[in-house]
Design a protein around this ligand. Structure first.
Ligand code: M7G
Length: 183
């Protein structure tokens, strides 16, 4: 018997094809709800650091589309970690795996329900890791989730990370939206 997870999760893959709409480039890989199936999938897919620039992985609760438009994302936002270019070879895969383990292991305790998923963007201009939550107005939950994420990724306290509401990101195409919170 396999070890059940609290939630069922779905892995998505995004491949940048400029001839298509953003949503058409987003593909569901598979969903899983046991520890064993998670590792089977993780070991089967390409490491994030090996993906071509322009690709993303997303892991979201099953039934949630990894996009701003989804009902549980539309009022939410993300904790964003910008990775310096030289971190792709050293930290990126570790950060992504640790984030996945935080999600499937419900590491955010009382606030795990606030967490919808996480995204890794592979970009030549700098990779990005983000944790998406469902309601940017929930200050206490948002702050606790941000602190826990930093702790689990062992990001030094002096390195500040920001949280942006998706609504702000949508209206700010090009540059990064202003931070609603920082931790
Ligand atoms: P990105 O891939 O998040 O970051 O957004 P990047 O600028 O580092 O590549 C790039 C573009 O993808 C955005 O400006 C949008 O056009 C599109 N895009 C990204 N996201 C997360 C969404 C989304 O959730 N919904 C829609 N409709 N488009 C998105």
């Amino acid at each position: 018997i396999k070890h059940p997870l609290q939630n069922k999760w779905a892995l998505w893959f995004f491949k940048n094809d400029r001839t298509k709409e953003w949503t058409a480039n987003l593909k569901l890989v598979t969903a899983f709800d046991t520890v064993e199936d998670f590792w089977g999938l993780y070991n089967h897919v390409q490491k994030a650091s090996k993906l071509p620039s322009g690709c993303d992985y997303s892991l979201f609760k099953d039934g949630v589309q990894p996009m701003w438009e989804d009902d549980v994302n539309k009022d939410g936002g993300r904790w964003l970690i910008n990775l310096e270019k030289n971190k792709r070879s050293t930290d990126l895969d570790n950060f992504w795996l640790e984030t996945l383990l935080c999600l499937i292991g419900e590491a955010f305790e009382d606030f795990s329900e606030d967490v919808n998923g996480a995204v890794i963007n592979i970009r030549n201009k700098g990779d990005k890791l983000s944790l998406w939550t469902r309601d940017s107005r929930r200050q206490d939950a948002t702050m606790k989730i941000g602190r826990k994420l930093k702790e689990r990724l062992r990001i030094p306290n002096k390195l500040v990370i920001g949280f942006q509401a998706h609504r702000d990101t949508i209206s700010k195409s090009g540059s990064t939206a202003k931070d609603r919170y920082r931790v």
